[in-house]
Design a protein around this ligand. Structure first.
Ligand SMILES: Cc1cc2nc3c(=O)[nH]c(=O)nc-3n(C[C@H](O)[C@H](O)[C@H](O)COP(=O)(O)OP(=O)(O)OC[C@H]3O[C@@H](n4cnc5c(N)ncnc54)[C@H](O)[C@@H]3O)c2cc1C
Length: 408
């Protein structure tokens, strides 16, 4: 029998499996495909988020020239942004797994039964037992139970990596969000959800451009995003000359918290660890894995009858749940802003003191610090944003109450 069985070999499962192996536990994995199968998405992160981790250089590109565009002048963003070299990151994590003697079983988890240990049954009928099972099988997990939510908001994006007739951004630049919408008709701007351009210079005349809907329920369709991307480029006289890769992105932003009393622990998308303000999760999965692995050792040593429940309380402490509710409140407000309000909101956001906006995006603030950041933003924002936020408080009082109470 294993100490821990990790289901899924995405960024979250592999990061936790590596940390559990590094910590000396007997770990197994369960994955339908080769755990070394390439991760195809472009994962972005603020470079400083990995500063204190014991990782080699796992970035393929870094940008210090970062900006955003709203209705006013260019907004410089003084923080280094990076994208992962997925192959390097994956090789490093799988190397740690192999060094710990980890075995990856091939198959799909289909069911689980609990007695003294937990036993997972695969679709092929094989069984694997462990003292703790961690489900890291993504946003719609195989085993983790989560309440249903009818109106889930999705981040959606359509991106092209390739070459262009004219550079879409200046040399060495990263555009985090360009919300300018002068390429749309007035009617479209009034009646359809705002979307933004995310664009990177990858060097060697290659760029990545992506039209993105931060969050919307229902999701903005990929057809609309593709159409907008081409129209935005055409409006600036830019033609795609070579398509190297098309990225189609769709993932949920505000799934409910799973039942944190269940015996299966979730991690990554399965544990609703997506940051509700940005959709980012991969950096958090890497950052949190060593502490969670240490907590799991402790929990297994103590011989709890329900080790999953004890581990959930480490992952989703009352403070973490309070912060999440504040973020969800912010997300609900943003999704209802019209174009002008959204522009004013982000212009104010990036004018906040550096520790506040960076801490907000990296989820490193305590609940009082996060509340102060939000109050500060409210105080600095133009009246249009203030009144929309006040309206949001009226529409979502439950989320604010839950933030104070720390309940999911
Ligand atoms: C195009 C795109 C771009 C993105 N960009 C970013 C970004 O820049 N930064 C960021 O932080 N996030 C980004 N995201 C979101 C990010 O991809 C997800 O949050 C992240 O992949 C979730 O990681 P995960 O390991 O929890 O799940 P996944 O990556 O979905 O991995 C789940 C794993 O579980 C396996 N699995 C599924 N079912 C079973 C089963 N029944 N049994 C066993 N194994 C199973 C799957 O094969 C897979 O290996 C992006 C997403 C997309 C689609």
């Amino acid at each position: 029998m294993y100490d821990v069985l990790v289901i899924g070999a995405g960024p979250a499962g592999t990061a936790l499996a590596a940390a559990l192996n590094h910590a000396g536990l007997r770990v197994a994995g369960l994955t339908p495909a080769d755990p070394a199968a390439p991760w195809i998405n472009n994962y972005g992160i603020w470079a400083d988020e990995l500063d204190h981790l014991d990782l080699p250089d796992v970035f393929s590109h870094r940008w210090t020239d970062c900006s955003a565009y709203m209705h006013g002048p260019e907004i410089p963003i003084h923080r280094t942004y990076a994208i992962f070299d997925n192959a390097k990151l994956q090789a490093h994590l799988l190397g740690q797994c192999a060094a710990g003697g980890m075995k990856w079983h091939r198959g799909k988890a289909a069911g689980i039964e609990h007695s003294a240990a937990s036993t997972v049954t695969t679709e092929d009928g094989a069984t694997i037992s462990a003292r703790l099972v961690v489900d890291a099988s993504g946003h719609f997990p195989a085993l983790v139970r989560r309440p249903a939510k009818p109106d889930v908001a999705y981040q959606a994006a359509y991106g092209i990596r390739g070459r262009f007739s004219t550079p879409p951004v200046r040399a060495g630049q990263l555009v985090l969000m360009d919300y300018r919408a002068d390429y749309l008709t007035d009617a479209e701007r009034r009646s359809q959800p705002p979307t933004f351009l995310y664009a990177l210079d990858l060097g060697d005349d290659v760029y990545f451009v992506e039209e993105t809907s931060l969050a919307n329920a229902p999701a903005v369709s990929l057809e609309i995003l593709k159409d907008r991307l081409y129209r935005r480029l055409a409006h600036r006289g830019i033609v795609v000359t070579e398509e190297h890769h098309i990225e189609k992105c769709l993932f949920p932003m505000n799934l409910p918290l799973p039942d944190t009393t269940q015996r299966v622990l979730g991690y990554g998308g399965a544990a609703s660890l997506v940051h509700p303000a940005s959709g980012y999760q991969v950096g958090a999965a890497l950052k949190r894995a060593p502490d969670l692995a240490a907590a799991i050792i402790n929990i297994l040593d103590r011989g709890y009858a329900n080790p999953g429940r004890a581990a959930w309380s480490k992952l989703w402490s009352a403070g973490a749940i309070r912060n999440r509710n504040l973020y969800l409140f912010g997300l609900e407000c943003i999704m209802r802003f019209d174009e002008r309000t959204l522009h004013d909101f982000f212009t104010t956001f990036f004018a906040l003191p550096h520790p506040q906006w960076t801490g907000y995006l990296s989820n490193t603030l305590s609940t009082p610090e996060l509340s102060l950041t939000m109050l500060n933003l409210f105080g600095m924002a133009p009246p249009r944003v203030q009144s929309s936020l006040v309206l949001g408080t009226g529409s979502h009082p439950k989320l604010l109450w839950k933030s104070l109470a720390g309940v999911g």
